[in-house]
Design a binder for this molecule. Structure first.
Ligand SMILES: NC(=O)c1ncn([C@@H]2O[C@H](COP(=O)(O)O)[C@@H](O)[C@H]2O)c1NC=O
Length: 524
């Protein structure tokens, strides 16, 4: 079939950006007839471009507050008739249906209406019915009909018509149709999610869930150069505003797959703290965590934990980064892949311009720790869970102390810090902390005693008088003994092992205070 010239165009848009210019070009350059619905027709007519009201085509008034405007065989017959099917064309002629060669439609702004906090009835009225119907009819018949749903594509469509004697090309029409089905599918997904929430409450695990994601960027590669990858943002993420996915990148190379993972881990960890804090992460593992009244000190002490590993890592701050912080990083000659923070001062950005490879990301604010459900993929499936969000500081009031020695107030505050920091270490996780800074961490080991050994080795002399956190209970006293043997004075752990008594006895023997939180923080 030869590519059809565009003669009759139906326009019905909520977003009226560029519609007048498009209509003018179609009528003046290509002699098209433009048919249009109420508000769109008004805008076009007011600009002096000839337009046929939809009522003239349907021979019905737009009615029921706009609920029925284009839902008519003279519209859908004109879109769906197969031009090379004699029977279709005969039926069209018999019923006075004229062909429509192009549809320009964008939909009622349903998601914006919901986001504005509109009431139930208003949201319902903003579910577009006629628009998606036309889009789908035109997209189904893309062999003959061009369907345009994004203002930013108007110019390209016109250019193609200019180059092809007023016709669009099949390949373009097919791509436009695909774009339409993706658009209507996302639109319906948003409606289903909203309606589900209205009727069933904020059900985190509904019977089915449309994965509403939009590609932000193709990544150079995945975890390894032979793996291809892309990054998608979640359309339905309520905390989008201050999230990593929507952060502004000020400078540096494109974020890589591994950068995203590491920055996410660092950003999640630093959001645990109310005081100014810095977290340094390498290979998904924190190699420095510190909270301090002063952000520069927090950075310096986080860096001191493991300067070797910190080199080439990523960093997260929960306060704006200024030139003093950057000066401290430069003094340490620490190469960083990425820094994420709520903001960077102008002076900080100017200083970092000298290190163009470093990626600087600002989020504009800090979401509370945790967030909405998390997804992880396994072969053939997706795991969905609540995020591991527990208000630790508030929770500490419920912690119990099974040992003879109770932690001092100072030790208790230190244990809260350590417990939060431990959460970001892979299981089995042990973290040793002193003066609200991590001094050693062991994680990702298949047994807890090895994690304890790694943490103690890293802490060295600093383990003396420090506290330790264990993300899950000690199954035997051996892991605990490694910590106590290194000089740790207080330990926080969930408790709940069948050998708790053995571990409590070990603590009592060595005069160590122990706290049970009653919940664990596995991180697999
Ligand atoms: N009901 C219908 O027949 C109908 N036909 C088109 N629309 C929508 O009406 C909007 C444009 O309206 P107007 O041209 O009046 O500003 C478009 O977003 C279009 O998708 C309709 N509205 C809702 O379903």
């Amino acid at each position: 079939m030869t590519d059809p010239k565009v003669k009759r165009v139906l326009m019905s848009v909520t977003d009226k950006t560029g519609i007048v210019e498009f209509a003018r070009a179609l009528t003046e350059e290509f002699g098209c007839e433009v048919i249009s619905t109420g508000g769109t027709a008004k805008v076009i007519a007011e600009a002096g471009v000839p337009v046929t009201p939809i009522d003239d085509v349907t021979q019905f008034p737009e009615m029921m507050d706009g609920r029925v405007k284009t839902l008519h065989p003279r519209v859908h017959g004109g879109l769906l008739a197969k031009r090379d099917n004699a029977s279709h064309m005969a039926q069209a002629a018999e019923h006075g249906i004229e062909m429509i060669d192009m549809v320009v439609v964008n939909l009622y702004a349903f998601e914006k209406t919901v986001a504005s906090g509109a009431d139930f009835g208003t949201c319902i009225e903003n579910i577009d019915i006629g628009g998606p119907s036309m889009l789908r009819s035109a997209a189904k018949n893309f062999e003959s009909v061009a369907v345009v749903t994004r203002p930013e594509t108007y110019d390209a469509v016109l250019d193609e018509m200019r180059a092809n004697g007023g016709a669009t090309l099949r390949d373009t029409r097919a791509k436009l149709a695909l774009d339409v089905f993706r658009t209507t599918s996302a639109y319906d997904g948003a409606i289903a999610a909203w309606m589900g929430e209205q009727l069933e409450g904020a059900e985190p695990f509904p019977a089915s869930r449309a994965l509403r994601i939009t590609k932000k960027q193709d990544l150079r590669y995945g975890e390894n150069p032979h793996q291809s990858a892309a990054f998608y943002t979640r359309d339905d993420y309520a905390g989008a505003e201050h999230s990593l996915a929507h952060a502004t990148q000020h400078q540096g190379k494109e974020m890589s797959y591994n950068n995203y993972l590491d920055v996410d881990a660092a950003w999640a960890a630093v959001r645990e703290y109310e005081n100014p804090a810095c977290v340094i992460v390498k290979h998904l593992t924190p190699c420095g965590v510190c909270e301090d009244a002063d952000l520069v000190a927090a950075y310096k002490r986080a860096h001191e934990c493991d300067p070797v590993s910190a080199y080439g890592g990523v960093m997260a701050f929960n306060r704006p980064v200024n030139d003093d912080v950057v000066t401290a990083v430069f003094e340490n000659k620490q190469f960083v892949e990425c820094i994420i923070a709520p903001e960077f001062s102008q002076a900080a950005l100017e200083m970092y311009a000298a290190k163009p490879n470093a990626r600087l990301l600002s989020t504009g604010g800090v979401n509370p720790a945790g967030g909405e459900v998390e997804y992880r993929s396994v072969e053939g499936g997706l795991l969905v869970q609540d995020s591991d969000a527990v208000a630790e500081a508030a929770d500490a009031a419920d912690w119990t102390v099974p040992t003879d020695r109770k932690p001092t107030e100072e030790e208790m505050a230190e244990l809260v810090f350590a417990w939060k920091a431990c959460k970001s270490v892979k299981s089995n996780a042990i973290l040793i902390a002193k003066d609200h800074a991590s001094v050693g961490a062991g994680g990702g080991q298949p047994n807890r005693v090895n994690s304890a050994r790694i943490a103690v080795e890293q802490a060295g002399e600093k383990a003396k008088g420090a506290v330790a956190a264990s993300d899950a209970f000690f199954p035997f006293r051996d892991g605990f003994d490694v910590l106590a043997g290194a000089g740790v004075t207080a330990v926080v752990q969930p408790g709940g092992s069948i050998r708790d008594e053995e571990v409590i006895a070990a603590a009592n023997e060595q005069g160590v205070a122990m706290v049970f939180t009653g919940h664990r923080h596995f991180r697999h």
